[in-house]
Design a binder for this molecule. Structure first.
Ligand code: CA
Ligand code: CA
Ligand code: CA
Ligand code: ZN
Length: 588
């Protein structure tokens, strides 16, 4: 085994100061574009190889692919590379059945230098002078005595123009990604929400698995801790969600950033099909299953990854249902079909984690900030869900057809009860108006938090629980009704839609962030069993405490419009009388 001119410092980029390599750099400049007509034989004519060895000398080991194409060769030419560069490269291109390459990089190792080429497609609409395809390389290795010692290439790209319109401008593409809804990037042919992304490079040309190529952008995806976790190359010719052409991990040995499939928020909304039944959910795309990241999961235990994390622990404890598969050794909870507790389990984790993160982003760090236990398959054989005040746990049930946890409306509504109980204990119960405000807050938070998911597909959020119900909305939040529709004999859920409507009207005036903040804050300002009237007053107090009363006029206008304030109905069953007056400070 001989080894020539051993020296330290492998894999250095060739720089201008490295004078002993200057002649190679000159070669590199000469070879920026080399064109060779494609050889006729396919697969390769054995004569080509004989011809090559005759011309350059030496014994060669040659790697072929399944179709009989040459993919790499190793040996040592007797002929010097220097002085015959064009001849050697042309011959290699003929062997590899490549028409044109462009030199993009030169690196050095102790054995010699390595010329990195990319395949070029001429007359591309992107670049008339020819732009390299970024992921179809040819590497040529030359030793320090200027003998060819190796060459290797990836698949040959299929020539042709990129099809269709595409985003040539980075800013336009970035704008489009943001339009698709807070950082939606393509994975598995679907969109996925990521905490943060950054376009690193583009437009570039990138070959797909089938060896056709597309204009693309190279994007870094950051996790919730601000670390770049993935490099994704996105197809910029897509006018919908740009599908990824390639995904590469950027943090190695990291705890897997676990992914799962969820409905967003449910199939009737995302498929824009108001009647699709649970038995007809398609498994092939376009299907209503969307891959999502599941942040803040605990590290995998001995049994693999489980759906237990910082803000929610999906716990199939009461009773344990044997069909539930709550662990995943691969860090991936993706499944293609509904029908077991796995899909609702992933959805319960995803939405509760997301709502808690959102609530904290508003500044509330003490509202249900714990790993709340949620049973995806509770003991009730009904299509229903519950918040248990006594032990602070959530329960989602199934009638054997639909799991309540398959409907994002229901998950957010139930979790809203946990948030409210953190601030107000059991004060929002017993009394009809207090209970109605409790249920109304649940419906409101579902509408408010899921508004973006509904808006992305042009749907309205006023239909609550349409997936769980299957026969239409579980409840319809009619924003044109007022407290005059309050029925003291009715259930707190339909009455609750009136309070949900009031909060929604406030949201339309002051925006999501302020309305959600005021509502969450107001729960701390009421005594036991508050009336609607006190609910409105609590919003005013919260606004004084947080915003110096800046939104007082909006709150009053909404409460008057809803007939909550200035309601002089003295019916003793309804108890909605509410007389509020403004007393202005006087100088003495
Ligand atoms: Ca899908
Ligand atoms: Ca269970
Ligand atoms: Ca809905
Ligand atoms: Zn409820």
């Amino acid at each position: 085994m001989r080894r020539r001119r051993i020296r330290a410092g492998c894999n250095m980029r060739v720089g201008a100061k490295m004078s002993r390599l200057r002649h190679y750099i000159v070669i590199a400049v000469m070879l920026t574009s080399v064109v060779v007509l494609v050889a006729g034989a396919d697969p390769l004519d054995p004569k080509e190889i004989a011809n090559f060895t005759q011309q350059f000398g030496g014994d060669w080991t040659i790697q072929f692919d399944q179709a009989g194409h040459v993919r790499s060769l190793a040996g040592r030419s007797t002929k010097m590379f220097q002085g015959h560069e064009t001849e050697v490269i042309e011959k290699l291109l003929r062997l590899f059945d490549i028409s044109k390459v462009k030199l993009t990089e030169t690196t050095e190792s102790i054995g010699g230098i390595h010329l990195h080429y990319e395949q070029v497609v001429e007359n591309s609409a992107l670049d008339p002078d020819g732009r390299p395809i970024e992921n179809r390389p040819l590497i040529v290795s030359v030793d320090r005595e200027s003998r060819l010692v190796g060459a290797a290439t990836s698949d040959r790209v299929i020539p042709g123009e990129p099809k269709g319109a595409f985003y040539k401008n980075k800013k336009d593409f970035e704008k489009r990604l943001k339009q698709l809804g807070s950082h939606v990037l393509g994975f598995d042919g679907d969109g996925i929400q990521v905490p943060h992304f950054e376009i690193r490079d583009g437009p570039i040309l990138f070959a797909k698995d089938d060896n056709t190529y597309v204009p693309a952008y190279r994007v870094w995806v950051y996790d919730d801790q601000g670390r770049a976790r993935f490099e994704v190359v996105l197809d910029a010719s897509s006018q919908s969600i740009p599908p990824p052409v390639e995904t590469r991990e950027l943090v190695w040995d990291a705890v897997p950033w676990t992914r799962g499939l969820v409905f967003r928020p449910n199939p009737r909304v995302s498929l824009r099909d108001a009647a699709i039944a649970f038995v007809d959910v398609p498994s092939e795309n376009p299907n209503p299953y969307f891959p999502v990241f599941l942040p803040r999961l605990n590290p995998p235990n001995a049994h693999g990854q489980s759906l237990c994390g910082q803000y929610v622990c999906v716990d199939d404890a009461n009773p344990a249902a044997t069909e539930v598969m709550l662990t995943s050794s691969g860090g991936n909870f993706s499944t293609t079909t509904r029908g077991t507790a796995l899909l609702p389990s992933v959805m319960i984790y995803y939405y509760i984690d997301g709502v808690q993160a959102y609530v904290q982003s508003l500044g509330f760090t003490c509202l249900a900030n714990r790993s709340i236990k949620a049973d995806p398959h509770g003991p009730d054989a009904t299509r229903n869900a519950f918040y248990h005040f006594v032990d602070g746990t959530l329960e989602f049930d199934t009638d054997g057809k639909i799991y309540a946890g398959e409907d994002a409306d229901v998950i957010v509504h139930e979790y809203a009860h946990a948030l409210q109980a953190s601030a107000a204990g059991a004060r929002y119960s017993s009394n009809r108006q207090a209970s109605a405000m409790r249920e109304g807050f649940g419906d409101y938070l579902a509408m408010s938090y899921l508004e973006k998911e509904n808006r992305d597909v042009g749907a309205s959020g006023f239909c609550y629980g349409e997936w769980m119900n299957q026969e239409g909305c579980s409840r319809f939040i009619d924003v044109n009704k007022t407290i005059e529709s309050f029925d003291p004999k009715a259930d707190e859920h339909p009455n609750g839609t009136l309070w949900a409507a009031a909060l929604w009207r406030l949201r339309e005036k002051v925006g999501q962030q302020v309305a959600d903040t005021l509502t969450l804050e107001s729960h701390s300002y009421v005594y036991d069993k508050p009336s609607f009237c006190l609910g409105g007053m609590a919003l005013l107090s919260a606004d004084q405490a947080l915003y110096d009363g800046h939104h007082g006029a909006a709150i009053k206008s909404v409460m008057r419009g809803m007939k909550v304030f200035e309601n002089f109905d003295k019916n003793s069953d309804r108890k909605v009388f509410c007389d509020t007056r403004m007393i202005v400070a006087t100088e003495n």
